[in-house]
Design a protein around this ligand. Sequence first.
Ligand code: C2G
Length: 133
Amino acid sequence: MKRVITYGTFDLLHYGHINLLRRAKALGDYLIVALSTDEFNSVQKGKKCYFNYEQRKELLESVRYVDLVIPETCWEQKATDMKEYHIDTFVIGEDWKGKFDYLKDLGVEVVYLPRTPEISTTQIKEDLDSSRH
Ligand code: C2G
């Protein structure tokens, strides 16, 4: 049983997120998503979410590729997560390329996947905002 993990905010869930989750699951048998909590988003990531943690969690749990959703409360939890959840592969979009290579020292495969072009939560918000004016 190959166990894969990825991390993110996943606000306003869109096909770019789904493309990431589908490719992440294809790298193993079991996919865990560490979902950024509302506090982590606002304090550490400077992100204001449209959906709160519970709503984002419910959406992710409805995605066929996702087997478990756990909270991401800080940047530093990744190393302990790898051990606690017996992770084989860490996956994230290549906008983070190189940032998590230290996890290789724990025997974890680190994979950066190409992002889906032209879609982002920020873009969705901007498009909706401009269509109102
Ligand atoms: N993503 C993608 N293509 C897009 C948009 C997002 O592949 N068009 C990917 C991102 O690269 C990331 C995942 O979808 O791997 C979730 O995106 P975000 O919610 O923006 O995640 P982020 O804020 O980058 O959080 O500790 C790591 C952070 O929590 C990552």
